[in-house]
Each structure stands twice: as structure tokens, then as C-alpha cells.
Design a protein around this ligand. Structure first.
Ligand SMILES: Cc1cc2nc3c(=O)[nH]c(=O)nc-3n(C[C@H](O)[C@H](O)[C@H](O)COP(=O)(O)OP(=O)(O)OC[C@H]3O[C@@H](n4cnc5c(N)ncnc54)[C@H](O)[C@@H]3O)c2cc1C
Length: 381
């Protein structure tokens, strides 16, 4: 006799990938549980939480938890800079903790059961499913959305993230004081070997961080001292500290086995070049849930085989990551940064294929101001 299952789908990890998967699966009629080690979704956030436009095209989110950012200011090590923009394109900085709480609430409203303060340790195969020890749950399908150091991957002998960037970030209580209100990105092979530093105007604070390649140690104090003369950070209070690993080695070798699948950071679904993983967490969180419900409810094909055909390859981005990891000396970066081909490449990296469409920077600025005026006239913040 087949065992009685408590859930059709159990998801480990209540962050971007897990929460989107949970809501999607529950909306399609599956009985879903989420197991999360922290005391709630949104506790001890580890990410800067910037959403690229494509992420918001995947999943609609409340605009009051975000701040629109229309440009990127890219700095060389000696602090020369160039401004990048693309009409129609934007990034959203987020109140990330509240955004994750909002996702969790949405999933809860769809009937998802949450097991907080509950660390996934082990599981065993049973007939037609998985038995999870600890919360003692029998489930037909298990998703590991438990981040770069996935316990689910270890438990089932799946592929592991090989290399990561190490990111550290502090949040300062200095809302809306960054001018211009762009993403400020700093190349510096001494302070940020293999990646960069950033200053981001968030909806309620300013986020300042730095990430470095594996084997190096980020020194945020030094980075803050470097950018302090530009932003006058000194007198402001640090209200939160964040740190974490950003997978940088591309997709893991094996992201599934029967009845188990990894998504998000646990599967290495992060751009090796930019370190952005939220868009892919949204996309494959949703697609994983769709294919699992097709499989369980409608005898659709094995979810893993459908997803395997849709996953990004990251070929060019992985090559560019290798180049970045060489950490060109600062004098090379100083010379190269303001050259036209480099600016064009940076434009591609930040705005993907969405070019400037022949609009001048001044026209673009006017357009942005006009739309902000309209929002104010309409009584929007
Ligand atoms: C410093 C930093 C800055 C970043 N900035 C950006 C950015 O601006 N934009 C962007 O797109 N990407 C960014 N990233 C990457 C992005 O944060 C991740 O790609 C994204 O959070 C992946 O979501 P996820 O749901 O796969 O996993 P995670 O967000 O890593 O969440 C995993 C969840 O699983 C839980 N968990 C782990 N182990 C267990 C266990 N054994 N049992 C139960 N629960 C468990 C954790 O508590 C956590 O809630 C950044 C990453 C870092 C570290």
C-alpha cells in the first residue's frame, strides 16, 4: 500500500525561489509546505535585493516596497566615472525584508503551510516520495531552495556550488540622500578583487557593500572610507549588516534526482558575471512549481526534463567571470574604463540588449523628471 502523504510538494527555504514556487504550486491546487530555518521569511536578509526590470516582468510586486533607479554611475579605481542609462529600463531597490514577508503572506493566503525555526537536516526515500525527518513530513516531491550551501543537495548527492563571491553590506539610515540617485558601482581590484563595490539608494536607507572573489576577504571599512568623501556617510548610523555567498560557478552539474529538484542559488542559478540571482529565482521558482503540478496533477512529463531544456547556459558570462577573476591591476582599469568599447560593454552588461534607442542623456533626464512630476501631481510618492 502507498504511504499517506502529508504534502504534494515540500520546499526547503523561504526566500525568493522557494516562496514564488510555493505560491504558484498552491494556486495550482497542490498541498504545499515550506520549511525555513529562520524564524520568519524576511529575517536576517543576506542580499542587496536589487531587482532588474526583467525580474519585475516575471512577477508583479507592490511598488511601495521599491524605489526606481534609472541609471548606473560606474567608477574607476581613481574615481573617474561614466553614467550609463537606457530609456525604458530601470532597476528597483527594495525594502527586501518586507518584500519577502509579502511573498510569504501571499503564499500563506493560498494555503501554504509554513514550518519556521525548522532546519532541514535529513530525508529518506519512501515509495513514490520522500520522508523528511525533523518535522516528520511525507511528501511526493521535494524542492531545495535553500541557498548556496544547500543541505538538500548534500542529502541527495546532487551537484554543489563550486565557487562563490563573498558579499558584505551595511545599511545606513540616510534615506534619499544619494545624488544622483543611481546605482553607484566601483571597480577596484585592491578593495574588490573579482567583483566591485556599490552604493545603492534604497526605499528607506542607503546600502553600501563590496563583494570579492573566493579566497579574498572583503574589507567594507576601507571601501566606506574610500567613498565617504563622495556621499558623506560618516555621521550616519548603520542600521543593519548583511553578508552572504553569491554562487559564481554557473549551474551545478546535477540539479535533480527522482522526486527532488534544486532551484535558485542551490542550483547555481545566478549570473556568474553580475551575481544577480533574484530574476532567475523568480523564473525557475515559478516554472518548477508549474511543471511539478503538471506532473502530479495531470500526468505531465518529469518536471526536471522540462526545466533542463529551459535553463540558461551562462557561456559568455562564465568566460567574462574568468576575466574578472584575473583582477586587472587598478592602473589598467583606470585607463580602460572611459574608453568607448568598454562603456559599450558595460551598457550591455547592465541593460542587456536594451540600447539607448538614439535618445540623448538630456532627453532621457527630462523624460524621467516629467514622469516624476506626473506622479507627484497624481499624489503618488
Ligand atoms: C551580499 C549579496 C548581495 C546580493 N545582491 C543581489 C542583488 O542586488 N540582486 C540580485 O538579483 N541578486 C543579488 N544577490 C543574489 C541573490 O540574493 C540570490 O541569488 C537570491 O537570494 C537567491 O534566492 P534563493 O531563494 O535561491 O536562496 P536564498 O535567498 O539564499 O535563501 C535560502 C533560504 O533557505 C533557508 N535555508 C538554508 N538552509 C536551510 C535548511 N537547512 N533548512 C531550512 N531552511 C534553510 C535560508 O534561511 C534562506 O531563507 C546577492 C547576494 C548576496 C550574498
Amino acid at each position: 500500500m502507498s504511504p499517506q502523504f502529508d504534502y504534494d510538494l515540500t520546499i526547503v527555504g523561504a526566500s525568493f525561489a522557494g516562496l514564488v514556487a510555493a505560491k504558484t504550486a498552491a494556486m495550482r491546487g497542490l498541498k504545499v509546505a515550506v520549511i525555513e530555518a529562520k524564524k520568519e521569511a524576511g529575517a536576517r536578509v543576506r542580499t542587496t535585493g536589487i531587482l532588474v526590470k526583467e525580474a519585475v516582468e516575471e512577477i508583479d510586486i507592490p511598488h511601495e516596497l521599491t524605489r526606481r533607479i534609472h541609471g548606473v554611475r560606474l567608477y574607476s579605481p581613481r574615481l573617474d566615472h561614466t553614467d550609463l542609462f537606457a530609456p525604458g529600463y530601470y532597476f528597483l531597490s527594495t525594502n527586501t525584508a518586507d518584500l519577502l514577508r509579502w511573498f510569504a503572506k501571499q503564499a500563506e493566503n493560498c494555503g501554504v503551510d509554513f514550518y519556521y525555526d525548522c532546519r532541514f537536516q535529513n530525508a529518506e526515500r519512501i515509495e513514490k516520495g520522500i520522508k523528511i525527518s525533523g518535522p516528520d513530513i511525507k511528501t511526493k516531491y521535494l524542492i531545495g531552495a535553500d541557498g548556496a550551501q544547500s543541505r538538500v543537495a548534500r542529502c541527495f548527492g546532487l551537484g554543489r556550488v563550486k565557487h562563490s563571491l563573498i558579499g558584505v553590506e551595511w545599511e545606513y539610515a540616510m534615506p534619499k540622500s544619494i545624488s544622483p540617485p543611481y546605482l553607484h558601482c566601483f571597480l577596484d581590484s585592491q578593495l574588490a578583487p573579482g567583483y566591485m563595490g556599490w552604493v545603492v539608494p534604497g526605499p528607506e536607507c542607503v546600502q553600501i557593500g563590496v563583494a570579492v572573489k573566493d579566497g579574498c576577504k572583503p574589507d567594507l571599512n576601507k571601501f566606506v572610507a574610500k567613498v565617504d568623501p563622495i556621499f558623506n556617510i560618516g555621521p550616519h548610523e548603520i542600521i543593519e549588516k548583511r553578508a552572504g555567498r553569491i554562487p559564481s560557478s554557473g549551474l551545478v552539474k546535477r540539479f535533480f534526482c527522482p522526486n527532488v529538484m534544486l532551484i535558485g542559488d542551490s542550483a547555481g542559478m545566478v549570473s556568474p558575471l553580475t551575481g544577480g540571482g533574484i530574476r532567475l529565482a523568480f523564473r525557475f521558482g515559478r516554472r518548477a512549481a508549474q511543471t511539478i503540478s503538471d506532473h502530479l496533477l495531470d500526468r505531465g512529463p518529469a518536471p526536471e526534463t522540462v526545466l533542463a531544456q529551459e535553463l540558461p547556459w551562462f557561456g559568455a558570462k562564465s568566460m567574462m567571470r574568468k576575466a574578472l577573476e584575473l583582477s586587472p591591476p587598478n592602473f589598467v582599469l583606470n585607463t580602460l574604463l572611459l574608453r568607448k568599447p568598454v562603456i559599450k560593454l558595460a551598457q550591455q552588461v547592465y541593460f542587456h540588449r536594451r540600447g539607448t534607442g538614439g535618445v540623448s542623456f538630456q532627453d532621457f533626464q527630462k523624460e524621467v523628471e516629467r514622469s516624476q512630476q506626473t506622479r507627484i501631481l497624481n499624489g503618488e510618492s
